[in-house]
Design a protein around this ligand. Sequence first.
Ligand code: SF4
Ligand code: SF4
Length: 196
Amino acid sequence: MDKRRGDKRLGNRQLGQSFWPDLGNLLSAVKRAMWITLLNLFRKPVTVHYPTVKRVYPDRFRGVLALTYDKETAEENCIGCRLCEFICPPQVIKVEMLKAEKRNFAKTFTLELYACEFCELCVQVCPTDAIIMMKSFDLATGDRRELLLDKDRLHTIGLQFEPSWATGTSLRGMQTPPKAPAAEAPADAKAEVKAE
Ligand code: SF4
Ligand code: SF4
């Protein structure tokens, strides 16, 4: 009983002793925070009033995915080969091929953008540059259903935003190792050719 009373008195005394230093620390922290707030009042803001004001995206920015049309024939570029579907790590692409006489098409094409990892593998494997990334991320929404993109929506996005520089052809071109220079013929062989 005595021990418990003693501990309680000790606790009260420690509480009382640390009150003023704690109050001092608190006031000093508030002062520092208010000073930083005051400084920031006069700083140029780093944020913009999106979506009224839009930032200029960097040249290499790659955002939402879209499907493209052929600029000359105005036909859909997608041939429904399903390579993008097979390569996609989270399996968010589903394609149905429509076989036709001259070429094939995508009968249906869906992309669950809400689960996309933006890894760009689908773009890299596309043989016809039909799926590309755009220089935009402006599909922000509170409703996930709006990010389940069908073929028409993907084509609309392709017309709505500026395409990024990266297409399957350009990306594959970057990854192809440079050709080794042709091997020099041995000096003896050159001399023989000259003598002939
Ligand atoms: S960017 Fe990657 S995760 Fe997104 S659809 Fe293409 S392959 Fe799939
Ligand atoms: S987007 Fe490209 S890779 Fe995907 S099905 Fe169409 S043609 Fe094939």
